[in-house]
Design a protein around this ligand. Structure first.
Ligand SMILES: Cc1cc2nc3c(=O)[nH]c(=O)nc-3n(C[C@H](O)[C@H](O)[C@H](O)COP(=O)(O)OP(=O)(O)OC[C@H]3O[C@@H](n4cnc5c(N)ncnc54)[C@H](O)[C@@H]3O)c2cc1C
Length: 394
């Protein structure tokens, strides 16, 4: 206990001395969220916050020190998270490296791959993207057709990926390729790591309903990938792919922990619908807000329990589908309720007559439609829960 209190005091002092003032409080400008990588330039304070935290390994607090992580125990990591929350400090780094490929490499990667990639993820040097989906392989991912043919120490990769989030900003991709077209479809797949600068990789952004364009089509033509970049076994990629999806689904649900705008539904309802004796005037809206917030609290607590288990070495399994399903459906309910509360002010796109905040409500609502699709659709999560969690027959 005394050690922990000392760690808390030291941490608080260090954060006070090292965190730039502008990194405190809610994120108002999306450019201030650091995804790392070589292709994006971040404001000076964002970069400084990344560098000082990475120096201590605190961008990945529980990863082992030998791979650049903080080497913190589960209890110490919790203290760090609590002190950052108290100081209203934002995470110094986000992205698929920290939340998906890093945890996967720790679990399944060769020593060589861990040493090559994990320290660069911790330092935010490399931004990763995910090459799973193809035009003919989404929910039925194992139908993927991108081919990789072994040529000595290399694989020659040809095919197309789609819905590659931030493919245009990423430095490396983790992808699934078919290495044995004769084998049953789940058995002929390999998990590869690929530098996006390799000749033959080309990326084209796709425009979305929400106006921004975070994802891309990725075309692969005679791309030479070193055979040492295989994670797991050749033709054993399906197991690796599923292990990564466990991390991805937990991460997606984690995103929907309410962070910065806890009071937003309540304050918006008071503002747009009026108040009565300090309460929201409309009793039906009051009821619906209470339900959303109670469901959120249950999700947050369950996620916190699961995170504690993960730090104790438990690998995320099929239960991550429950978090993914619940977190994304709940986020859609929250966003739709906010639009209803704002009324016509929640349906702006651009131009005069709407505040920045109101326009964000519309865009966040539209973006939330994708939440129940990315990382596996809600229907697919329900199938997994039915079969692998509840053990129901096919
Ligand atoms: C915002 C966003 C970001 C994404 N980012 C990435 C990324 O970075 N990398 C990447 O590889 N992919 C990414 N994806 C793609 C995503 O993984 C796929 O869209 C998803 O797996 C669904 O595949 P699909 O779009 O081909 O739909 P389909 O598989 O064609 O599904 C169409 C509909 O049929 C339903 N359906 C299909 N099969 C079943 C079944 N067996 N039982 C019941 N219903 C079923 C689905 O639920 C869905 O409603 C992203 C998607 C979104 C929306």
């Amino acid at each position: 206990m005394a050690d922990q209190e000392r760690f808390r005091d030291d941490t608080r002092r260090w954060l006070d001395a090292n965190a730039p003032a502008s990194m405190r409080g809610p994120l108002t400008n999306p450019d201030d969220l650091c995804w790392g990588g070589k292709k994006t330039r971040y404001p000076a304070d964002v970069k400084r916050w990344l560098d000082v935290m990475a120096e201590r390994g605190w961008t990945a607090p529980t990863w082992p020190r030998e791979y650049g992580g903080g080497g913190l125990s589960k209890e110490e990591a919790k203290v760090l998270a609590e002190e950052m929350a108290k100081a209203r400090l934002r995470p110094p780094l986000t992205g698929f490296g920290l939340s998906m490929i890093g945890p996967l490499l720790l679990q399944e990667g060769s020593e060589e791959l861990k040493r090559e990639h994990l320290p660069r993820i911790v330092r935010g040097e490399i931004r990763w993207c995910q090459g799973y989906s193809e035009p003919g392989a989404g929910s039925d991912l194992a139908s993927l057709q991108t081919r990789a043919v072994r040529e000595g120490d290399w694989f020659l990769v040809n095919g197309q990926k789609v819905w590659t989030s931030y493919g245009d900003k990423a430095d490396w991709m983790f992808l699934l390729v078919r290495t044995d077209p004769e084998a049953p479809k789940h058995s002929g797949i390999t998990f590869l790591l690929m530098d996006m600068e390799t000749p033959g990789v080309s990326v084209r952004p796709i425009r979305l309903i929400s106006g921004s364009s975070p994802f891309c089509e990725t075309f692969l033509t005679d791309v030479r990938v070193p055979a040492r970049n295989v994670v797991g076994r050749v033709n054993g990629g399906w197991l690796i792919a599923k292990a990564l999806l466990g991390h991805e689904r937990t991460m997606i649900a984690d995103v929907f922990k309410e962070r910065d705008d806890k009071q937003r539904l309540v304050s918006s309802a008071r503002r747009y619908l009026g108040g009565e004796n300090g309460r929201i005037a409309d009793p039906v809206v009051r009821d619906r807000i209470a339900q959303v917030e109670m469901d959120q609290a249950c999700l947050d607590l369950t996620l916190a329990r699961s995170r504690d288990n993960a730090k104790a070495g438990h690998k995320p399994g099929a239960e991550s589908s429950i978090f993914k399903y619940y977190g994304t459906e709940l986020n859609q309910r929250r966003r739709a309720l906010l639009v209803e509360i704002l009324g016509p002010q929640g349906l702006g796109w651009d131009g005069p007559g709407f505040t920045e905040d109101e326009l964000r409500v519309t865009r966040d609502w539209l973006r939330s439609r994708g939440n129940t699709i990315e990382g596996g659709t809600s229907e697919v999560q329900l199938n997994i829960i039915a079969k692998r969690v509840l053990g129901l027959p096919d």
